[in-house]
Structures are given as C-alpha cells and as structure tokens.
Design a protein around this ligand. Structure first.
Ligand code: NAD
Ligand code: PRE
Length: 301
C-alpha cells in the first residue's frame, strides 16, 4: 500500500483552463493522469456543448461558463482560446484573479497576444506567455490527450517584468506536461513560427484550394487520385478555420516576409526546371531530405 502522504505536492492548488479544446483538454488529461500539476482542475468554456463534453470526459472537477467566478481563487489561469479571443478573455478574468496568481496562455502568436492582454494586466498578477509546439489537425475537447506534449518544445516568451519565480513555475508546468522548454523574445518567436508553422499551413490551405479549383474547372477527378504526398497536405489543411484566421491576421508581418522569401525560392526552382538546371534541383531536394532526417533523429533523441 502506498502512503498517500508520499505523493508529491502538486504545482498548483487550483488550475483554471479557459478554452478546454485540443490544447486545454490535453493539459487537463495530463493533470488528471499524473496528479502532479494541480489539486483542483477547473474548465471554463463559452460553448455549452463543449462544457458538456468536458463533464463527460471527467477531466475537470468543475466545468463552468462563468470565467470571472472560476478564477477568483485560482493559483494559475491558463488561456487556451483562439488568439483573437485572448484580449476579451483577459479583460474578464484579470480583474477577478487573486493577487499573486499567475496568468499564462498557449497562443500560437506572441507579439499580438501580449499586446491584446497587456492593457488589462495588474502589477500583482505575473503574466508568462507560452506556446507549446505540439498539436494535431483536430480541435475541441474530444481532440485532447495526455501525451500530446511529450518531448515537444514549449516556447516561453517572458516579459521584461515577468518575475523569475513565475517563469520557473510556468516552465515547471510544461515540463510536467512532458515538454522541453526554451525562452525567447516574442518577436523572435513569431518569426520562427512564421516559417516552421504558419507558412506550412498557408501552403497547405492554398494547395488544397488550387487542386479543388482545378477539379471544378476541368470537371475531372483530380482529387480522387491523391496519394500520400497530397494527403499529407490535406491533413494540415483540415485544421480549424477560426484558429488559423486569427494566427494569420495576428502574425501578418512575419508571415508575409516568410511568404515572400518562399516565393523567391519557388521562382528559382521554377527557373531551374525551365532551364534544366539539374544540379540546382538535386541540391534543393537533398536539403529537404537532410532536414527530414535530422528532425526524425531529434524526435527519437
Ligand atoms: N491546435 C494546435 O495545434 C495548437 C498548438 C499550440 C497552440 N495552439 C493555440 O492554443 C490555443 C487553443 O488552440 P486549440 O487548438 O486548443 O483550439 P480549440 O478550438 O480546440 O479550443 C479552443 C476552445 O476555446 C473555447 N473558446 C473560444 N472562445 C472562448 C471564450 N471567449 N471563452 C471561453 N472559451 C472560449 C472554444 O469553445 C474551444 O473549446 C489557440 O490560441 C491556438 O493558437 C494551438
Ligand atoms: O501538428 C499539427 O497538426 C500542427 O499543426 C501543430 C502546430 C504546428 O504547426 O506544428 C500548429 C500550430 C501551433 O501553434 C503549434 C503546432
């Protein structure tokens, strides 16, 4: 028999997750499973059907639509709503939080989210922005699972006035979720994510649209013959429209900069194909292969 007093004290007494969709529900699953994150778990969602699903999934002790009441005695409030909703949710919850409680978020863009939240910040509420680099094409509470963050990066973008204690606590939260953590500036974060996450989604949405237009124009069955190459794009293109609209509009400059670099490189590839420049073509493909290999090696490490 294990003595219950041997169990480690959880990081928080009460954690409130606002927006228990893919990301929020995954944190709740992990916290339920390991019991090292919080003694009490509360989920807040604007959507009554999602609140019902969270109750059925039994991943929170309390589920409510009243964010202000839920956060009143919380030690940590984790915002997992689409980036375009972060400001309005912050406006509701920050005035209701107890002094010393930590506010954090999982938004995929950081400069715009920090700008949206900053007007509502209080000197007695430390805010530590974060972004787990893990996900799937699914959304909503049913999409969440406990191992989503295992061995994935969580990028923290602390503010100049984020106390080191609050940054350490949020670092500990993500490590308990299974992630590796790295600190960086919000500006650097947004440029990195523009190339490794936002541009790939833009390309996937666009290529699926182009193929679909072509099928309409030629009234042919182009999409029926899609094998795994195109299917890999359709997985990414199946992602949530609201989430991705908000990401594109809130990281506009970095995405447009990466897109224009990409278009120049695509133009260079087009020239190489037109003029039969085999060396250029092979060099580009070899770079792609080696990037894939090193990613797989890192994932296994
Ligand atoms: N999906 C990913 O791959 C991924 C990865 C890392 C970070 N993120 C970021 O994390 C956040 C959540 O993403 P997700 O994929 O879990 O989204 P999701 O659509 O699965 O979940 C969002 C949840 O927020 C709820 N919600 C929306 N507005 C609300 C409001 N005003 N008050 C309360 N609840 C509200 C929705 O009903 C939904 O349950 C987003 O900011 C996203 O950019 C997403
Ligand atoms: O794996 C996927 O399907 C994802 O889209 C996850 C992904 C990504 O682009 O890597 C998407 C958005 C996030 O903010 C972080 C992770």
């Amino acid at each position: 028999m294990t003595d219950s007093s041997d169990a480690p004290t959880p990081l928080f007494d009460k954690l409130v997750v606002i927006g228990p969709g893919l990301i929020g529900a995954s944190v709740l699953h992990r916290a339920r499973r390991d019991k090292t994150i919080a003694r009490q778990l509360v989920a807040v969602d604007i959507n009554p059907a999602f609140r019902e699903r969270v109750r059925e999934l039994r991943i929170a002790d309390e589920v409510t639509g009243d964010a202000a009441a839920a956060v009143a005695d919380a030690d940590c409030v984790l915002l997992c709503v689409p980036v375009g909703a972060m400001g309005e949710v912050a406006a509701t919850v920050i005035p209701a939080m107890k002094p010393g409680a930590i506010l954090t978020d999982t938004g995929s863009t950081k400069v715009a989210v920090i700008e949206a939240i900053s007007p509502f910040l209080r000197p007695d509420i430390p805010y530590v922005p974060a972004h787990p680099m893990a996900g799937t094409e699914y959304s909503g509470p049913d999409a969440g699972f406990a191992t989503l963050f295992d061995n994935r990066w969580c990028l923290l973008t602390p503010l100049p006035d984020s106390s080191s204690e609050s940054v350490e606590t949020i670092t500990a939260l993500w490590r308990l979720c299974g992630a590796r953590t790295r600190d960086m500036t919000p500006e650097h974060h947004d440029r990195v994510c523009a190339i490794v996450s936002h541009l790939p989604h833009l390309l996937a949405f666009t290529i699926c649209g182009t193929a679909d237009d072509l099928a309409d124009e030629t009234r042919s069955e182009v999409l029926e013959f899609a094998a795994s190459g195109f299917r890999d794009f359709t997985r990414i293109a199946a992602s949530d429209p609201i989430m991705w609209r908000d990401i594109f509009l809130s990281n506009r400059e970095a995405i447009l900069e990466m897109l224009s670099r990409f278009l120049e490189d695509a133009q260079a590839m087009a020239r190489a194909i037109r003029w039969g420049d085999s060396d250029y073509i092979v060099d580009r493909i070899e770079r792609g292969r080696s990037i894939r290999r090193s990613l797989l090696e890192n994932r296994q490490a």
